[in-house]
Write a protein that binds this ligand. Structure first.
Ligand SMILES: Cc1cc2nc3c(=O)[nH]c(=O)nc-3n(C[C@H](O)[C@H](O)[C@H](O)COP(=O)(O)OP(=O)(O)OC[C@H]3O[C@@H](n4cnc5c(N)ncnc54)[C@H](O)[C@@H]3O)c2cc1C
Length: 305
């Protein structure tokens, strides 16, 4: 093994990148795209799809003074006294431009109740942050990607506004002959924004009404599309162990050997995701190995609660 191969193998899949805000762009009343820049981003992972990262936010008074810029940052962060721990939250990489040393992340604004939403709504060029994300030179550079449709022919992407960045990146990566639908529930009509998708994949934004909760438009739309499109076996409970009420809020089957009809990727508010998964597996009879579901946030609970 050469010295450079050994160095790459030892490199962690994810590490902390120091960044500053280059610019912000309003995509809709509840979406802000923040473009981060930093010299080190030349090595930021470019795998795309739904790859997740952590955005670390400044602490009032001390900024990032105490954040451990080490390989095992999470353990080191946990070892700090609570008041020295920078808050962080999970986001999706929307675009990377390593040559320009830039990364875009689309933040959903949901008011000042959470540190990330609050920070993003006030972000200005020059503001500092840290992104814990993939290192392109690491053998683990694909970590944090949950889109694994195998050779399934028809794709169902369903999510709320927090899943819109992942859905957008996945759609852009699909082959030109891909077929399926992307159903994206958003808080307001003006939050619908242009996504590039193959001709055979319909993109439908579903604005919820002012008094509507997560899933108000998405669950009925998903039910209707699945009933019309997916040829599934007779509805059945797939065994007690697979009862969706018992499963955790994150399950991503290994999709490489999949083929056949519909593959579903669903993400967003946890209760909504659970209801959709229950419908797909228990009521519609979709093979649970073809349903990836991810609770991205929980109503009434902060991410680290
Ligand atoms: C893999 C993954 C990828 C994600 N990608 C993105 C992304 O690209 N863009 C994005 O915006 N989010 C994304 N999210 C969701 C994001 O991590 C959460 O919304 C997170 O809770 C936001 O942190 P916060 O500090 O704003 O709120 P928190 O401090 O975590 O929560 C505070 C309160 O706000 C509520 N809350 C949290 N999020 C929302 C919301 N969207 N709408 C309404 N109320 C909310 C909580 O229920 C809680 O009551 C992703 C999550 C995961 C797990």
């Amino acid at each position: 093994m050469s010295a450079s191969t050994a160095a790459a193998d030892a490199r962690p899949a994810y590490r902390a990148f120091r960044v500053t805000v280059a610019r912000t762009l309003e995509l809709g009343p509840h979406f802000t795209r923040i473009t981060f820049t930093g010299d080190d981003l030349v090595h930021f992972g470019t795998a795309g799809l739904d790859q997740r990262v952590k955005v670390v936010l400044p602490l009032a008074g001390s900024g990032f003074e105490h954040f451990p810029m080490v390989d095992d940052w999470y353990q080191a962060w946990r070892d700090l006294p609570v008041e020295r721990r920078n808050p962080f939250r999970t986001y999706t990489v929307r675009y990377t431009r390593p040559d320009e040393r830039e990364v875009d992340i689309d933040f959903v604004g949901h008011g000042d109740t959470g540190p990330a939403s609050r920070w993003a709504s006030r972000a200005e060029p020059g503001d500092e942050a840290i992104i814990v994300g993939p290192d392109e030179r690491s053998p683990g550079r694909m970590l944090g990607i949950d889109w694994r449709p195998g050779n399934v022919t028809t794709h169902l992407l369903a999510g709320d506004e927090t899943a819109a960045p992942a859905i957008g990146a996945i759609l852009e990566s699909m082959p030109a002959d891909a077929t399926g639908i992307a159903l994206i529930e958003v808080p307001a009509v003006a939050d619908a924004h242009h996504l590039i998708a193959p001709e055979g994949v319909e993109v439908r934004f579903l604005p919820r009404s002012a008094d509507g909760g997560p899933g108000q438009r998405l669950i009925p739309a998903l039910r209707e599309w699945v009933a019309q499109t997916c040829r599934v076996s007779a509805p059945r409970h797939q065994s007690m162990a697979e009862d969706p009420d018992d499963v955790p809020l994150w399950d991503v089957p290994e999709g490489t050997s999949l083929d056949g009809d519909c593959y579903a990727w669903i993400a967003g508010e946890a209760g909504m995701v659970k209801a959709m998964r229950r419908f797909l597996v228990t009521d519609a009879g979709l093979d649970r190995r073809k349903v990836a579901f991810m609770g991205y946030w929980r109503l009434g609970r902060a991410e680290l609660d």
